[in-house]
Ligand binder design. Structure first.
Ligand code: C2E
Ligand code: MG
Ligand code: MG
Length: 517
């Protein structure tokens, strides 16, 4: 459009100059001829020269005009081609990393697959996902995140061979095609090299970042012959790797993927269950072995599913640990237990200690002490009536920080219980190094008390040790009178189990308490 305007303007200019010269020529050329030519013979020759001059000037002007038009046409064509190239580049390449876009990636993969089909050889698709990228992005801002992505793209390129291709598929997700690998090990080798490159320290401004990535691998033709199948299977494998840990790679596996789909569905409905308040707390009493009075209780989560009925924690707790929903579950249980305990006190029932289970994942989080403090403050429950149950392995994961957290809880007045005692790997260390109030002997020791002669010996040793260290002992999973009597003879302090009551809803628990007053 601009070019057209410019050419019109120049053409007008040339036409104006041409017309002006023409008018001047018409008005003055004959007069000049008379002055310069003099006699009539010269005049005739000069007239011929004048005509030639006129033709020459007109010709030159026409040449100039035509040349101008041609070059203007060329310029506008070049500009249009450039604009088309730019548009194509924008559609085919990612703006931030300049890597191929998802659609170009599909085309490349299509071509590679047709080559692989004509001459057999393994081809592999890798799905790379940068771990915790959203958290990192929130912390460093969007332009720094773009810088990180660009560096990651460069590092991926560094780890690949010339024949390989890489594309940015999602926010922090990349796909790679390895068209010439020998076997599975070849793909695994590249995955490991990619993980090493990506995890090198990365300086962004004043921050030093340590990125990690999870990689899923699908192989042609084993895991699919279609383009979309290979990509989606690599993506599924990436999720399998993510579930295992950060900085992991995994091959696609049909069985594991079926399980992953099941887990994903369960995760989705668990998320909705939390939003729709379908989680409830059940309470199981803990009874003093000599007085048979309820001295404390454990709050245990249940999922009241509208169609499937009551779902037990065994069916969803480990999944919730994996996907982080355990944090929401833990917060709900903490808040509702403190609230319920305070309500019982307000309704005139004698105060009792109520324990909540703290998962390993929740225990690792920095805001645990703060959250517990806030829950007791909000519900006006004195912290001494709250107990937290932690397993030995949770504590031993990071003994140093566990010591700090438990110390803080203890100084608030919260009581510390070790759950499933005896199943961990460092029983004596746990007992002597941490501020523990109660140990709960794992059900596996109680189950075989009357049948396995080793069990009473172990249980007696645990009880003696705990008493020396001024801790009390609760036996978990007591189901029979026999077990109860053996535990009494071993000097156990209290018991929890179906013999007295399974976990029950809050209203039934009130009745239980009245029965065991
Ligand atoms: P746990 O903390 O060791 O809880 C004791 C489990 O033993 C409970 O299973 C309880 O119902 C069961 N139990 C109690 N007495 C007996 C008995 O006499 N015989 C038998 N066979 N079982 C008995 P539940 O409620 O299914 O919970 C299982 C596990 O799930 C709990 O083990 C705990 O690790 C976890 N869990 C439950 N609720 C929560 C929660 O709110 N948060 C977290 N993080 N974990 C929870
Ligand atoms: Mg427990
Ligand atoms: Mg237990």
């Amino acid at each position: 459009m601009n070019n057209k305007k410019a050419t019109d303007k120049i053409s007008l200019k040339i036409a104006a100059i041409y017309m002006s010269i023409g008018i001047i020529w018409l008005l003055f050329s004959d007069r000049l001829l008379t002055i310069f030519a003099g006699n009539s013979e010269n005049f005739a020759q000069a007239l011929i020269i004048k005509s030639w001059l006129f033709i020459l000037a007109t010709g030159l002007l026409l040449i100039k005009l035509i040349r101008y038009y041609v070059s203007a046409l060329r310029r506008s064509e070049d500009a249009r081609n450039q604009a088309e190239d730019d548009a194509r580049h924008l559609a085919d390449y990612d703006l931030i990393t300049d890597l191929p876009s998802p659609s170009l990636f599909k085309d490349i993969l299509g071509e590679e697959l047709s080559k692989a089909q004509s001459k057999p050889g393994a081809l592999s698709v890798l799905s790379i996902h940068i771990d915790r990228f959203k958290e990192i992005g929130d912390a460093i801002g969007s332009s720094a995140s773009d810088q990180v992505l660009t560096t990651v793209a460069e590092r991926i390129a560094l780890s690949l061979r010339e024949a390989d291709s890489c594309a940015r598929i999602g926010d922090h997700e990349f796909n790679v095609i390895l068209p010439k690998i020998k076997d599975e090990e070849g793909a695994a080798f590249t995955a490991r090299r990619l993980m090493t490159q990506i995890s090198k320290p990365l300086e962004i401004g004043i921050n030093e970042l340590h990125l990690t990535a999870c990689i899923g691998i699908s192989l042609f033709p084993k895991d699919g012959v279609e383009r979309d199948t290979l990509v989606s299977n690599a993506h599924t494998a990436m999720h399998l790797a993510k579930r295992r840990a950060r900085n992991e790679y995994a091959f696609y596996s049909r069985e594991q993927s079926a399980q992953a789909v099941k887990n994903l569905t369960l995760e989705h409905s668990l998320r909705r269950a939390i939003e729709k308040n379908q989680l409830v707390s059940y309470y199981q009493p803990c009874v003093d072995i000599s007085t048979k009075r309820i001295v404390s209780a454990e709050a245990l989560v249940r999922w009241e599913h509208p169609e499937k009925g009551l779902i037990f924690p065994g069916d969803f707790i480990s999944l919730a640990e994996d996907n982080g929903l355990i944090v929401d579950i833990g917060n709900f249980m903490l808040e509702s237990s403190c609230n319920q305990n305070k309500l019982w006190q307000a309704n005139g029932l004698s105060p009792l200690n109520l324990s909540v289970n703290i998962s390993a994942r929740r225990f690792e989080q920095e805001d645990l002490v703060e959250t517990i403090e806030a829950a007791t403050a909000r519900t006006c429950l004195e912290p001494r009536f709250l107990e937290v149950e932690i397993t030995e392995s949770t504590i031993m994961n990071d003994a140093q920080s566990a010591q700090k957290v438990l110390g803080q809880l203890k100084s608030m007045g919260v009581r510390i219980l070790i759950d499933d005692f005896g199943t961990g790997y460092s029983a004596i260390d746990t007992l002597t190094s941490f501020p523990i109030d109660v140990i709960k002997i794992d059900r596996s020791f109680i189950k075989n008390l009357s049948t396995d002669p080793h069990c009473p010996v172990i249980v007696r040793a645990i009880i003696s040790m705990a008493h020396i260290l001024e801790m009390t002992v609760t036996a978990e999973g007591v189901e029979t009178l026999d077990q109860l009597e053996i535990l009494r003879s071993l000097n156990c302090d209290s018991v929890q189990g179906y013999y007295f009551s399974p976990p029950v809803p809050a209203q039934d628990f009130v009745q239980l308490r009245r029965d065991h007053m």
